[in-house]
Design a protein around this ligand. Structure first.
Ligand code: ADP
Ligand code: MG
Length: 223
């Protein structure tokens, strides 16, 4: 369902350009669970952004369900992200002016669901926050905000979910809860999961691990 072919990315750097990803190739099937690991600066976040269609690659291709993301315009990529892709960030990135309930509900409304309110309530209950729907992000702890972010990411039932160091700002107990939620939702909905992490315990839960160093794949446990 997700393929990268000779994927590369360069950022402009002064007058020159900085190659941060080089010749990345792999393929994921529906329901796969991939961990991407590697030192800071090795290109993990850049890779995730390309895979999720947030950015366009400077070389090569990303195919999501056979669609070449780089060939799509900004609007088409945004539409594809809304319908197929979920994203969880290290820093939660909830909308501060919306309640927990609204943060989960709004993406479903944008996707045209007419039962968005009920589904948002059910998802918040699923992540243990059924009683906190009326609270704003600033009234929630980091662990609670990340659980809302998990509920939001799964709300539109994406085919693929990307998470960039989702436990990086959480203590061990909250990190475990968030991981347990992501993996159980991965199994429940058959969502493909792509997780960037520093945490080797977390990476060990994945069925496959790709290790990056200096923008290249140095090992791939499924290769
Ligand atoms: P990781 O997530 O593994 O820490 P990143 O993908 O964030 O790595 O960064 C890879 C490299 O690209 C780093 O050297 C970083 O400084 C550089 N980089 C990331 N974003 C940009 C940007 N917008 N402009 C220029 N360089 C960037
Ligand atoms: Mg990063």
């Amino acid at each position: 369902m997700l393929t990268c072919e000779a994927l590369g990315h360069a950022y402009p750097s002064g007058g020159a350009s900085l190659d941060v990803l080089k010749d990345i190739n792999f393929h994921l099937e529906d329901g796969d669970f991939l961990a991407i690991v590697g030192p800071s600066g090795s290109g993990k976040t850049t890779l995730l952004g390309l895979l999720a269609g947030l950015d366009r690659p400077s070389h090569g291709r990303v195919l999501l369900d056979g669609v070449d993301l780089g060939a799509l315009g900004e609007d088409e990529r945004a539409k594809l992200r809304r319908t197929k892709v979920g994203f969880i960030f290290q820093s939660f990135q909830l909308i501060p002016t919306l309640t927990a309930q609204e943060n989960v509900q709004v993406p479903m409304e944008l996707a045209g669901a007419d039962d968005a309110a009920e589904r948002a309530e059910a998802l918040l209950t699923r992540v243990g926050l059924g009683a906190r729907g009326h609270h704003y992000p600033s009234q929630l702890s980091g662990g609670e905000q990340q659980r809302v972010a998990v509920a939001r990411a799964f709300s539109t039932r994406p085919k693929i979910l990307f998470a960039d160091e989702p436990t990086g700002n959480l203590d061990a107990a909250n990190g475990d809860t968030v991981v347990e939620l992501m993996t159980s939702l991965n199994e429940e909905f058959g969502t493909t999961l792509v997780l960037v992490t520093h945490d080797l315990e977390l990476a060990a839960l994945a069925r496959r691990t790709i290790r990056l160093a200096d923008g290249v794949i140095v090992s791939d446990s499924a290769a």
